[in-house]
Write a protein of this length. Structure first.
Length: 115
């Protein structure tokens, strides 16, 4: 496993552990938002289309301005998963590889606290 992917594994383990520690309901599915970005719209669009063809729910790409004033294009892939680090990391690895194949940045994932 390459170093960047190992960092995503650690991020996943830490985030899931923190949610469980805070009392997020482990028995319900959590909405997972995987974040993708690129300064090249064509690359980002190719990643979104590829994800859609793989059956993922893809949010509409948007343009955003970074703190330094530069522009970036971004979209999210939305899934529903149990709060299980192994399951979420397996999905994260797929997203990371999709981003690499399409020459865009994978900016990680997030979710919401569930009662």
């Amino acid at each position: 496993m390459d170093n960047e992917l190992q960092q995503w594994r650690a991020h996943t383990d830490e985030l899931v552990a923190a949610l469980i520690e805070d009392g997020s309901n482990e028995s319900v599915l959590h909405t997972i938002e995987h974040h993708f970005a690129s300064d090249n719209f064509e690359h980002l669009e190719r990643a979104a289309v590829s994800a859609f063809k793989l059956g993922f729910e893809v949010e509409e790409p948007e343009e955003a301005e970074l703190e330094d004033g530069s522009k970036v294009f971004a979209f999210d892939i939305i899934t529903e998963q149990p709060l299980d680090a192994d399951i979420i990391f397996a999905e994260t690895e797929k997203m990371f590889n999709l981003a690499k194949q399409c020459h865009v940045d994978y900016d990680g994932w997030g979710t919401y606290f569930e009662e």
